[in-house]
Design a protein around this ligand. Structure first.
Ligand SMILES: [Zn+2]
Length: 311
């Protein structure tokens, strides 16, 4: 029997726009220390110019972006860094006055006068914890920031929010609904599973809605790192302690499979929205972790060791 799902455009509620300020704290302009620390490369070669570095730091007073730009990080790189740190930190909530941003710039090509807007390493010190990322450029020269062990940074997503037995209804822009006997779009997928099966958040986020809603029944809507949001419908009940505004981690249990709302059997109706537009959850491109290839990793790790000492 098909576990028909009846979640329609008519009851469909777009995840609220994320109205939170980008970051809640304000940054001061001053870059404190600007020591120049010429170091010899770990594998010196006569052909290579001596490496020279500048280290700059600033307290976070309002936003990470303002602090980063005050020490010379360009706007494009600031955006890349915001995503890089977004895997571990919610920059709009986690930073407090007194936290600190520091960065190491390569000054070997500019006589030490200016620093490029693209730091080799960046550290956020939050309370007593340091979060570090390190620049790596791919063959096309695209900059990414990796953790010290060579793993990509940034938020990551799981594809599936539960152990399910089968896809009982796929994503479609137009399908005939067996309950209402009408053609409707199906903005997600139906994943059949026994009632009571735990449902997990597929990525870090903030709960935008948790409660009952017509066709959806008991539903949770999570605002994940932009541009993603996810919806979990027909739940039998919710995990304890969750409410609108609660923060959830990837793989955290948020509720349990049921058949509340317009559902003829137990299943999870699962939606993934990108920029507020529903996409096929089974196919949509999701940020995943990648690791540097072995041949790049040695060089990367020796540079990390050198730069970490400067942060
Ligand atoms: Zn459905």
């Amino acid at each position: 029997m098909s576990s028909a799902c009846a979640v329609y455009l008519v009851t469909h509620e777009r995840a609220a726009r994320n109205d939170e300020p980008d970051v809640s704290l304000m940054s001061k302009e001053s870059a404190k220390a600007v020591p120049r620390a010429p170091l010899s490369a770990s594998t010196p070669s006569a052909a290579e110019p001596a490496a020279a570095f500048a280290v700059r730091q600033a307290p976070v007073e309002r936003t990470f972006a303002a602090a980063a730009q005050s020490i010379g990080v360009d706007a494009g790189t600031t955006a890349i860094l915001s995503r890089a740190f977004g895997g571990e930190l919610d920059l709009s909530r986690d930073l407090k006055p007194g936290d600190r941003v520091s960065a190491v710039f390569d000054t070997s090509n500019d006589g030490g006068k200016d620093v490029s807007g693209e730091p080799l390493a960046v550290r956020i010190v939050r309370g007593t914890t340091a979060h570090d990322v390190f620049l790596h450029k791919d063959l096309h020269g695209r900059a990414s920031y990796y953790s010290k062990d060579g793993v990509s940074t940034g938020p990551t997503f799981e594809r599936y929010p539960l152990d399910f037995t089968r896809v009982s209804s796929g994503f479609s822009l137009r399908r005939f609904d067996p309950v209402l006997h009408r053609w409707q779009s199906h903005d997600g997928v139906d994943l059949a599973a026994p009632a009571g099966t735990p449902v997990h958040a597929t990525a870090r986020g903030v709960i935008r809605f948790i409660g009952r809603k017509r066709g959806y029944g008991n539903v949770v809507v999570i605002q994940n790192p932009a541009p993603y949001s996810t919806t979990f419908a027909h739940l039998s009940h919710f995990a304890k302690g969750l409410r609108a505004g609660s923060r959830v981690l990837r793989n955290q249990v948020i509720g349990y499979v049921g058949k509340t709302g317009w559902a003829t059997g137990p299943h999870l109706h699962f939606e993934v929205h990108v920029d507020h537009v529903p996409q096929d959850p089974l196919k949509v491109e999701l940020p995943q972790k990648t690791s540097l290839a072995a041949d790049e990793l040695d060089r990367f790790e020796s540079r990390v060791a050198q730069l970490t000492g400067l942060l």
